[in-house]
Design a protein around this ligand. Structure first.
Ligand SMILES: [Zn+2]
Length: 387
């Protein structure tokens, strides 16, 4: 099993790097419009793109390195992968969006702090100091990097890879995790993490944003931007703390709701809109992403579970009914089982997670199984392989 991480570095702003980014994106856009043109009548291929464009681009950008033209072409092709043909025309790279380097056009020595990049002025060397936090990756294999810049510096994201042992899942201890508003995290072992602090802070930010939006002056807009950044930092910090706390729990596998799957939150009550806004603002996937990699680092695994009906189902007898749940309390209409509603949901997630593992067909963090069906029967759990 391979583990990938991104090492983030800053290097001083250099003329040749900025030029390279501009030209690279220009060339990428030329490929993009050629692909659009070709795919109207016909399919495109890298070979055809090369034939049609390469000489022309060479003439227009005589100094630009050939290897980077190739990467720009590959990036352009990838941007079209799995895209809807009718929306193709809208695909365009920003002139200063970050660009990709592969191993032919870049070389990075994390150990000695040297970065080599192919630029419009040939290959250049740059020195950097690896931040303390990233030093644990200094022996990992570098797979490539991306380069971007802002007003103050250039930033380089280096992708590194390392082989790790696959976690031993013969007899895993699984934890089901449900996410909500009142209890930001509810665990199947009864652990609850309250979300009142987060919600209060989010509300405060929302209020400030609304006020500033109404003012609408340039200085208010600047302030607004600052607040957005502060909110982002707050959320990311919160998610880091939370995911670390979970990852360090004494379990091998964490089964967590997959929020990518669109469920009808309105079914949970009339507060749908507000609920969705809070959840959306709470960077939907950040917590799962953080948890996934923090778990990996500890030799653990995360699996995503479709949360459909998990809040309405009795975790004891399997009976599904909407009225089983009344606000924070779950009370089964059939067997009388009582439990905190969020903990009951997390127990359902645990059951789904355990069945996924029993099937043992899933890739870490990519599981998707069919949710509980509307039925009173409990066994066996409905299950389907998915990606
Ligand atoms: Zn029941």
């Amino acid at each position: 099993m391979y583990m990938r991480r991104v090492v983030k570095l800053n290097i001083p702003l250099k003329q040749e790097l900025v030029e390279t980014v501009f030209e690279y994106n220009k060339i990428c856009n030329k490929h993009l419009s050629e692909i659009t043109r070709l795919s109207i009548n016909d399919n495109y291929s890298k070979k055809k793109l090369h034939k049609n464009l390469y000489d022309k681009i060479r003439k227009e950008h005589p100094k630009f390195p050939a290897a980077l033209i190739q990467t720009a072409r590959d990036v352009a092709c990838e941007m079209f992968k799995n895209k809807d043909i009718t929306k193709l025309k809208k695909i365009k790279k920003n002139k200063n969006s970050s660009i990709r380097y592969d191993l032919r056009t870049s070389k990075c020595f994390l150990d000695s702090g040297e970065l080599q990049l192919t630029t419009t002025q040939r290959r250049k060397k740059y020195q950097f100091t690896l931040p303390k936090y990233f030093r644990k990756y200094k022996d990992w294999i570098v797979k490539g990097c991306s380069l971007g810049f802002n007003r103050k510096y250039c930033y380089v994201n280096i992708v590194v890879e390392n082989e790790v042992e696959k976690p031993d899942l013969d007899n895993p201890r699984v934890l089901g995790i449900d996410r909500g508003i009142k209890n930001i995290i509810a665990c199947s072992d009864g652990n609850l993490m309250k979300g009142s602090e987060l919600v209060a802070k989010k509300r405060n930010y929302a209020y400030l944003r609304k006020q500033l939006q109404e003012v609408g002056t340039p200085s208010a807009k600047r302030k607004l931007k600052k607040i957005r950044m502060a909110e982002r930092r707050f959320t990311s910090n919160y998610n880091h703390i939370l995911s670390k706390r979970i990852a360090e729990m004494d379990y091998d596998v964490f089964a967590i709701e997959d929020l990518d799957i669109k469920t009808n939150h309105k079914a949970n009550g009339k507060k749908g809109k507000w609920f969705n806004r809070i959840i959306n603002n709470w960077s939907r996937n950040q917590l799962v992403d953080f948890l996934t990699y923090k778990a990996e680092e500890r030799g653990k695994q995360t699996i995503k579970i479709n949360p459909h009906k998990t809040s309405q189902r009795c975790s004891k007898c399997g009976y599904i009914k909407k009225s089983n749940r009344k606000k924070g309390l779950f009370k089964c209409k059939k067997c009388g089982f009582q439990e905190n509603a969020d903990i009951n949901a997390s127990k359902n997630i645990l059951q789904l997670g355990s069945s996924v593992l029993e099937q043992a067909v899933c890739q870490p963090a990519k599981c998707n199984i069919t949710p509980f069906a509307d039925s009173n029967s409990y066994k066996p759990l409905p299950l389907r392989r998915g990606s």
